[in-house]
Design a binder for this molecule. Structure first.
Ligand code: NZQ
Ligand code: ZN
Length: 401
């Protein structure tokens, strides 16, 4: 296990009806004038926005509102929010929604106290040193932004989808009421389950030895999501499965299972380029890329993929043929995504093979991944695996030395 520091300062308030405490929680953080950031309409339609606003009013917290955050949130609304914060003297940013609303709130909080362009932080031109305090009311278990140190924004100049990690991005509080997710369309639940599984897998496939404890935690989380996601999709008002997903999504990405180990993140980086080009949901990019990535890299460490197959998918172990066991685990992952109705190939995503070189060339920094380092030619190979429906196994990669 590697050395690490872990600080997860967010106050999680997990209960039915917890949204009525939004005002009290903002006030407890010193907020007197809040900017409430929300999405394209679900929070309005469900009445949640009104409930949160009336809770703010009751607590004596003044507010402004900024709606219209889209999935794969864009820079335009961040600029508008920053401007509003400066003009109105906002001292707290409150998101209602999922990763898109929360990440927009985080980026607004970054920009509000900075004289320049908030994108300087995302473009690594300036270090993020201070930000307004922010919190959230979560409405979709997926991105894990409610407990994570990340914000992911698409800059419209050049359509660059980029993430920024900072401890300043951990929300002061997160209101988690599983009942708020009962209105989710089935496909959004599937996208969310895929994303949280991907957050665990990005950490699970590591070269760091002696990480048995976090391996076990990761496997338990994966099994819980695999069990709960179909049940939540089947029954829109089943509290237990929605509650499991809500907490699993947080645990998947607040780094509890990632500490002390090298993490990969290639599939996310590649997926971001698919989302930027085709504006597909984040989860959709991952259900296409992750199984292809697994096929490409598994021979680097067959034993780890065998462990994954046996402990997560309950594939019977066969010491005589570890390769087959490893492949069965990868096939089970792909089949599970497919069973949720997720796309698992370029064709199902509506992506085009002719875009592959451009997609691979655009990946941040030119190379990505840690489990196996990937340069653009290898990224192209992974995307070609994702193109081949049913997918071939990449014969090129040799085991790690
Ligand atoms: O906009 P509204 O009308 O609210 O509709 C949303 C949106 O269309 C809908 N929705 C959310 N809650 C609902 C609901 N519909 C009905 N009932 C509800 N209760 O769901 C759609 C998706 O919402 P979004 O916020 O985009 O989903 P998600 O949480 O998956 O966030 C995705 C974004 O987060 C980023 C992704 O890249 C993507 O941009 N990520 C953020 C991370 C982080 N900050 O730590 C990490 C992730 O890896 C990810 O990159
Ligand atoms: Zn993700």
């Amino acid at each position: 296990m590697l050395d690490f520091e872990f600080c997860a300062p967010t106050r999680f308030v997990f209960s039915r009806g917890a949204q009525s405490r939004a005002g009290e929680l903002v006030a407890a953080c010193g907020g007197t004038h809040a900017l409430v950031v929300y999405g394209g309409g679900s929070a309005k339609r469900s009445g949640l926005l009104d409930q949160v606003l009336s809770s703010l009013k009751q607590a004596g917290v003044a507010y402004e509102t900024l709606g219209g955050v889209r999935p794969n949130p864009r820079s335009d609304l961040v600029y508008a929010g920053v401007e509003l914060c400066r003009r109105a003297g906002i001292d707290f940013v409150l998101a209602i929604g999922g990763g898109s609303a929360i990440d927009t709130a985080k980026a607004i909080a970054d920009g509000a106290l900075y004289d320049g362009d908030f994108w300087d932080f995302f473009a690594r031109k300036a270090p993020l040193e201070r930000a307004l305090p922010h919190g959230c009311v979560l409405t979709i278990p997926a991105a894990g932004s409610e407990g994570s140190a990340s914000s992911v924004i698409t800059q419209e100049r050049g359509m660059l989808k980029r993430g920024l990690n900072s401890e300043l991005h951990r929300p002061r509080f997160a209101i988690l009421n599983p009942e708020l997710t009962f209105t989710l369309p089935r496909h959004q639940l599937a996208c969310g389950a895929t994303d949280m599984m991907a957050h665990i897998l990005e950490r699970y496939f590591t070269n760091t030895p002696d990480v048995a404890l976090t391996d076990e935690l990761a496997e338990a989380l994966l099994r819980a999501i695999i069990d709960a996601a179909p049940r939540a999709m089947e029954n829109a008002t089943d509290y237990e499965s929605h509650a499991t997903l809500m907490w699993a999504g947080m645990l998947a990405h607040n780094n509890s299972v990632g500490v002390g180990r090298e993490q990969d993140w290639a599939s996310h980086q590649i997926g971001h380029e698919l989302s930027a080009l085709y504006d597909c949901a984040h989860g959709e990019s991952l259900s296409v890329v992750f199984p292809a990535w697994m096929r490409y890299v598994y021979r680097h460490d067959v034993a780890r993929f065998v462990r994954f197959a046996v402990n997560v998918w309950r594939v019977p172990n066969d010491p005589a043929d570890p390769d087959a066991v490893a492949r069965a685990g990868i096939a089970a992952t792909r089949a599970f995504f497919s069973s949720l109705g997720m796309p698992v190939s370029f064709a199902e995503l509506g992506a085009r093979a002719e875009d592959i070189p451009a997609l691979a060339a655009k990946v941040v920094g030119g190379a990505t991944g840690h489990f196996v380092r990937l340069e653009p030619p290898q990224i192209e190979e992974i995307l070609r695996i994702a193109c081949a429906d049913g997918g071939g196994l990449c014969p090129h990669l040799s085991p790690k030395s």
